[in-house]
Design a protein around this ligand. Structure first.
Ligand code: PLP
Length: 395
């Protein structure tokens, strides 16, 4: 059968056209496929996806997802990256790859909330227990929390909502002394504020997870997570669990993150600068009791941030004077116009969420009452300050 006498239905699928070699453009192609063809059986048996030397099945990687993995590994300062459907799925993957029944995992008190829920409601069902430690207690508190069954310690810097910055080097050293694997939720630092695999003096975390949903996506439109490692054996262990659980991401979502990555540093630093100006402004307001932002002197762990970081994410939290009760704080949030009420961060739109903070902590939170977390977007800083100013009238 020649090309010409083929049925058009077949011709629509088996078409001789191939995009010309030599078509190079700034973007990575969107390569899709569950099925990947092999020219013959010997090639099928010889090919492997495990070292990215070949393509065997869409779930195990495409040129688009392999490229994004390589770029995230570069961003994090690691060697190997695996992609999953969300930041929370990245946390789940690390836990289920590295923990067995009878093991214990340690979580900082200011851990990303759903990570604690995962431990309470899911890990417990597999016979994996968890313990909460005070991240601001430093190496001493972590040493005291590590037990016979501790196999994994999670770090988060800065902490969720309250934005305390821990002594990362001290915490990593304390876990190392006991031979415990260290995993970091690096979403806040985004690979920019500090280098998680190179914290100085040969200290680095073993695993870094990143909610690409936040800064790497940058659009408020993609959910994705990444797990990055340096050690090949550790990577392979997580990679096989990733493969057996059937985790992976779609090419269109990977494309959106690839398209946003070149502007990542510009966006991160712009939102950092804007957030610092807003934090300094808020600190001067009589309605405000405390502003939490690790770059502000007096904010919890500021000295650790200053010693370990070169930048900060565009997040700050505000506690109001006690005379403004919870209902007044809600009125303030409702009165905001540019700041939209919504979860997540790292996108163009500034966001706000009020949190009843003490109910979320085992140890004492740095403030009482309702904490208002602001995520600074890409709007003009003066416009955001004007919005906050008018909303203060609703207190
Ligand atoms: C958002 C976030 C996550 C979870 O990411 P999703 O993609 O929303 O699941 C995990 N850790 C931190 C610190 C986050 O901010």
């Amino acid at each position: 059968m020649t090309q010409d006498d083929r049925d058009p239905r077949t011709g629509l699928i088996h078409h001789p056209y191939r995009a010309p070699e030599g078509f190079e453009s700034p973007v990575v192609g969107v390569h899709k496929g569950s099925t990947v063809f092999f020219p013959n059986v010997a090639a099928m048996r010889a090919r492997t996806w495990k070292d990215k030397s070949g393509y065997t099945y869409g779930l195990h990687g495409t040129p688009t997802t392999f490229t994004l993995e390589e770029r995230i590994a570069t961003l994090e300062g690691g060697r190997h990256t695996l992609l999953v459907s969300s930041g929370l799925a990245a946390i789940m993957l690390v836990n289920l790859s590295l923990l067995r029944a009878g093991d214990e995992v340690l979580l900082p008190d200011n851990v990303y909330g759903p990570s604690r829920d995962l431990a309470v409601h899911e890990l417990a069902q597999y016979g994996i227990t968890h313990r909460i430690y005070d991240p601001m207690g430093g190496a001493g508190a972590l040493r005291a929390a590590i037990g016979e069954r501790t196999r994994l310690v999670w770090l988060e810097a800065a902490g969720s909502v309250t934005l305390e910055f821990p002594d990362l080097r001290g915490l990593v050293a304390a876990a190392r002394e006991r031979g415990v694997t260290v995993a970091l939720d690096n979403t806040w630092g985004a690979g920019i504020a500090f280098r998680p695999f190179d914290l100085g003096e040969g200290l680095g975390v073993d695993v870094s997870i990143h909610a690409l949903t936040k800064y790497p996506s940058g659009g408020g439109d993609v959910l994705m997570g990444a797990v990055t490692t340096v050690d090949r054996a550790l990577h392979e262990r997580i990679m096989m669990t990733h493969s057996r659980f059937g985790l992976g991401v779609g090419a269109n979502d990977a494309e959106l993150v690839l398209r946003s990555l070149p502007s990542l540093h510009l966006r991160y630093h712009a939102q950092d600068a804007s957030a610092r100006r807003i934090a300094a402004w808020a600190q001067q307001r009589p309605e405000v009791a405390r502003v939490l932002h690790p770059a502000l002197p007096g904010s919890p762990g500021h000295e650790h941030w200053a010693a370990q970081c070169s930048a900060a994410a565009g997040l700050l939290s505000i506690a109001f004077q006690p005379r403004h009760d919870a209902a007044a704080v809600d009125r303030f949030v409702d009165a905001l116009r540019l700041f939209r009420i919504g979860y997540s961060w790292g996108g163009p739109v500034s966001l706000v969420v009020p949190y009843p903070i003490q109910a979320m902590r085992a140890f004492e939170a740095p403030v009482a009452g309702t904490l208002v977390r602001l995520c600074i977007g890409l709007e003009r800083t003066e416009d955001l300050i004007a919005d906050l100013e008018q909303a203060l009238g609703a207190l």
